[in-house]
Design a protein around this ligand. Structure first.
Ligand SMILES: [Mn+2]
Length: 323
């Protein structure tokens, strides 16, 4: 069983480098920093390095000052185990995987169904709500007691990946784990407001513009939105609005699949596509067809091309899977 191998790997190594995927969010951050805490309790050395900075809204996270942003001069860093959390393939770590130039043991812990099993040890559980829930299990397997900081981190991760306990990935074990975390008297409203109800006014105005452009196809079974470069230009956007846009889409009667097309600001003719499904359509398969991946009910991919062409192609693919 992989969990036993994970425990052995942690016990057998001394110095760990921890990372996750680009576009950091609650589950990535929660599992990284909670994993860091577990290692510290065991007297191990650990460093957390990500491609990105701490995203807006996560200032409340304990241990956030342990997060290091990737820089080229980190290439000399020494470690004996490279830990990748909540990340379906190595390229999603951005540049960080290059730090493992000496090909040290890779420990891959993830819950994406599209995981590429790139590790020397792969603990992949696609039916678990979040990587944070897996780290909770790991803390039990290591026989470690939780503490309040770790509880905040794991709660934030589970909250993020379950859409606040609404998605089909929530199990009775999820709630059992959360009930243990809540024994530490977490400030739930504060965590929720920081992550979801903290939108700057200007960003909210942009959100309303995106929502105004809502369209439907296939007799309302597909709902889509798009964000063009000119909507983002000259704006310093603090908030990742994607989750909110997709949530509005999901709330629509008869909507089976919700899609958000976003022109990449940094690269011309590159479109980020995010999918949400209400269950019937496996959007991981659709995202994988276009080189991405994720979960059955939530996935994403990046496609080269003009937004109109990309949209047509993607919508046709979804229509095929509705038949
Ligand atoms: Mn996750």
């Amino acid at each position: 069983m992989s969990l036993k191998k994970v425990v052995a790997c942690i016990k057998n190594n001394k110095n760990f480098l921890i990372t996750s995927h680009t576009n950091l969010e609650g589950d990535a951050l929660g599992s990284e920093l909670a994993f860091y805490n577990l290692l510290k309790k065991l007297g191990k050395a650990a460093t957390v390095i990500n491609e990105d900075n701490l995203p807006y809204g996560y200032d409340f996270l304990p241990q956030k000052n342990k997060l290091i942003k990737f820089k080229d001069n980190l290439k000399e860093i020494k470690f004996d185990c490279f830990v990748v959390l909540d990340c379906s393939d190595l390229s999603r770590t951005g540049e960080v995987y290059r730090l493992n130039s000496e090909k040290k043991t890779i420990l891959n812990i993830d819950h994406h169904i599209s995981n590429q099993k790139f590790g020397n040890i792969n603990w992949v559980e696609p039916h678990v709500s979040s990587c944070s829930e897996m780290i909770y299990k790991l803390s039990k397997a290591l026989g470690l007691a939780l503490d309040r900081d770790t509880a905040i981190l794991l709660y934030t991760g589970i909250l993020a990946d379950t859409g606040s306990f609404r998605y089909s990935n929530v199990t009775s074990f999820t709630h059992k784990a959360v009930s243990k975390l809540l024994k530490f008297k977490l400030d739930i409203p504060h965590i929720y407001r920081s992550v979801y109800e903290n939108i700057p006014f200007a960003d909210m105005k942009l959100l309303t513009r995106i929502l105004l452009g809502i369209k439907q196809e296939a007799k309302g079974r597909i709902v889509w939105f798009q964000v063009k470069r000119d909507m983002l230009r000259n704006k310093k956007l603090f908030f990742d609005l994607s989750e909110h846009v997709l949530s509005f889409g999901r709330a629509i009667k008869d909507a089976q699949v919700v899609v958000l097309f976003k022109e990449n600001l940094g690269v011309k003719n590159e479109i980020r596509v995010n999918f949400r499904s209400q269950g019937k359509v496996d959007v991981n398969r659709i995202a994988q067809f276009f080189g991405g991946g994720g979960h059955k009910a939530a996935s994403g991919c990046t496609i080269k091309g003009k937004i109109d062409n990309v949209r047509r192609m993607v919508l046709n693919k979804i229509k095929d899977s509705l038949k």
